[in-house]
Design a protein around this ligand. Structure first.
Ligand code: ATP
Length: 492
């Protein structure tokens, strides 16, 4: 029986240890006891993450007629962040508990309380609480937010007291100085989102690419946020990677495009193998200062349904602010209607790390196999074959009698086509298990029959069934199964 561990907090613990033990994700600078909310991807993690980035990149550019990519730098002119609103309002409200000295996001404390009320069947109360909070935050009434926390009798989970400080705004941008001589140095920021690199290049791309509206610009890159409370493994990090696409449209058509992109992005996640009932849309109650519509695609992580991707209709807010501050026109001449205008923007923004976590959680499978005395537990990672870090392991049944050499010959033949590994150490069952644990979809075994008739067995990770095929057919058979085309076909 299959038992997917996706809905308890202890499942997350199992997944975190699995990720570490099998080379997917390590805590950063671990020999110094790590750095909070920063992680490194290991030898298998980087392959999975690269595959996710490639599949996203191709789905957003190659498969679209009118989307191109760029790679902008992390450092940008500091006025960029003034124009975008990040200097003035990229804040989270924080509150400290005086007894435990622990720091929390005030809005998260209230959101958690609202979720609890909802679980208790008090949906109206839950909604009213969120509306009250949104009103206070919009008005900059931080004392009001604190009062809500007191009125709700929310206590610190560590000290169990309600001895709260005042609520303060905390800007999430990391800053540093550029320039060698301190007098000349000026303050710059590590970008908190990749989107602005696209906005400031809007005209460069439009003109040099002779792009006609509607068109999009896609980008993958690092972003940095000094998150107040970082938790849930790679879900909330201080350094992370975003995959964003800004789609520039004629004003007035943004809602149609918003609906189209919502549907396209939901399809994408399902095509990667995430089940429909583990994904849902969540409309924003409180719109960001730049948006006229916003929705999250949430995935059912072991700690509940949480945001994985945001889709926002950003109006002309960003280009307009850049035009005002830079004094450079950010307009497009639309030949169809003979008009100049600042385009509206619909953006899709997904965290590569959150998508990675969703794919890993969904893939982690514990299963009981065999019967009676033969019964045992096995764990495997059920990745879509196109996403798996290693596509095929070639295993000689034994090292002697030329089997190892034959297996290595096969590796040489197929390793240009897809990620192939070779393993000759230990009993064959143990070697299968090793591959199951990192999610390798196929194991090819070279045995004595291979030496006679040039055939091998090929074992399927999920069903554990084996079939015998000719070495000559290997490349095509595996190549077909692990190709990203299998994902793209589902996007049509
Ligand atoms: P949250 O509400 O969880 O803080 P957000 O609404 O601020 O997220 P956006 O600004 O919309 O997030 O960023 C787009 C995407 O970037 C998110 O959907 C998420 O996948 C990813 N992301 C944002 N912050 C982080 C983070 N600290 N660590 C990892 N991924 C992140």
């Amino acid at each position: 029986m299959e038992n997917k561990k996706t809905d308890t907090a202890s499942a997350l613990k199992d997944i975190i240890s699995h990720a570490k033990e099998y080379g997917f994700v390590f805590p950063s600078s671990e020999i110094y006891d790590g750095l909070q909310a920063v992680y490194d991807y290991g030898q298998n993690g980087v392959e999975l993450k690269n595959n996710l980035k490639t599949v996203w990149w191709k789905a957003m550019t190659m498969l679209q007629d009118n989307v191109v990519g760029i790679d902008a730098s992390i450092f940008m002119h500091p006025l960029t962040w003034k124009a975008s609103g990040h200097v003035d309002s990229f804040n989270d409200p924080m509150i400290d508990n005086r007894d435990s000295k622990k720091r929390y996001r005030a809005d998260t404390l209230l959101e958690d309380r609202s979720a609890l009320l909802e679980d208790q069947g008090k949906a109206d109360e839950a909604k009213a609480l969120m509306q009250h909070m949104a009103k206070c935050l919009d008005a900059g009434d931080l004392e009001g937010v604190r009062q809500l926390i007191i009125d709700q009798k929310i206590t610190c989970p560590v000290s169990n007291t309600a001895n709260w400080t005042e609520v303060r705004q905390f800007n999430l941008m990391f800053s540093t100085q550029v320039g060698a001589v301190s007098e000349d140095a000026s303050l710059i920021y590590l970008r908190p989102e990749t989107a602005q690199g696209i906005f400031v290049n809007f005209l460069n791309v439009q003109k040099t690419g002779r792009m006609k509206i509607p068109f999009g610009i896609a980008q993958i890159g690092k972003a940095f946020r000094n998150e107040i409370v970082a938790r849930n493994f790679i879900f909330r990090m201080r350094e992370f990677e975003q995959m964003e696409m800004q789609f520039f449209v004629r004003p007035g058509t943004e809602m149609e495009w918003y609906a189209t992109w919502k549907e396209t992005r939901m399809k994408f996640h399902q095509a990667l193998g995430l089940p429909a009932d583990s994904l849902k849309f969540h409309d924003h109650d409180k719109l960001a200062h730049y948006a006229n519509a916003a929705v999250d695609i949430e995935y059912k992580f072991p700690f509940g349904f949480k945001e994985m991707e945001g889709i926002h209709s950003r109006t002309d807010f960003d280009l307009k602010s850049h035009q005002e501050l830079s004094k450079k026109k950010q307009q497009y001449f639309d030949p169809e209607i003979n008009e100049n205008y600042i385009p509206y923007v619909v953006e899709t923004s997904v965290g590569a790390d959150r998508l990675f976590l969703a794919i890993l959680c969904n893939a982690y499978t514990e299963e009981t196999v065999g019967e009676g005395e033969q019964e045992k537990q096995r764990v495997y990672l059920n990745f879509h074959p196109a996403l798996a870090p290693v596509k095929v392991a070639v295993l000689p049944l034994v090292k002697k009698d030329g089997l190892a050499e034959k297996a290595q010959e096969i590796v040489k033949e197929i390793k240009f086509a897809f990620n192939t590994t070779y393993d000759e150490g230990g009993a064959i069952g143990k070697r299968y298990t090793r591959q199951d644990l990192i999610g390798t979809p196929y194991c090819v075994v070279v045995d004595y029959q291979t030496m006679e008739d040039q055939t091998v067995t090929i074992r399927d990770r999920n069903t554990m069934s084996q079939e015998r095929i000719s070495i000559a057919d290997l490349k095509e058979k595996i190549g077909h199964a692990v190709s990203m085309e299998r994902i793209f076909e589902k996007l049509l």
